[in-house]
Structures are given as structure tokens and as C-alpha cells.
Design a protein around this ligand. Sequence first.
Ligand SMILES: [Zn+2]
Length: 112
Amino acid sequence: MEVEEKRCFGRCGDIKPLTEFTPQKQGKYGRAARCRVCNAADQRDKHAKKTTVPKPISEDEKNFFRLGTHKADDRVRELEKALAVMKTANSALLEIIQDTDRREANRPNIPE
Ligand SMILES: [Zn+2]
């Protein structure tokens, strides 16, 4: 006699007709261990877990981010230093220009 029903190994644990189990070659009676309903529920749970529960951050990842932030901080400091140098150079240059302008303006008009 051919088997037409089997027990679901999923959460329902019900004995269901084989048509309720997806075909699977290596499975008992050529069917999956869990019924379609349980499979779908599991898939949904897996998906929900993936999207809602954040993965715990490993020490390696923490270190990576710490290192990353540290490096970013260094870069910002570097840029700020460069900017400060540029500002100093800029104001020095501005002084020279203003000084030259002043001298230019104060230069007596020498008739040619
Ligand atoms: Zn089931």
C-alpha cells in the first residue's frame, strides 16, 4: 500500500497528506520533512529575524569600526592642520597684498 500521509517535522507536527509536503528527492517518501505551512512559517521567521533583529557585533567588527573612526579622526585632524596652515599663509599673503596696495597708493606721483 502506498503511503499517502506523513508526519510533519515542523512546528505543527501534524500528519498530513503527502501533497502538503514539497517534493524532495532525499526526503522520506520523496517529500520534504516539513509541510508547506511550516516551511513558509520558517521562511517568514528567518526573513523577519534577518530584517528586524540586528546581528550582534563581534569584537573584530567593533575593532574595525574603532580603528576606522580613529583613522577618520586622524584624517580630519590632518586636514584641519592643513587648513590652518593655508589660512595662515592666506592671511600672510593678504597682508603682503594689502601692504603692496598701500605702498602703491602712497607712492608719490612722479611726473614722467
Ligand atoms: Zn507542518
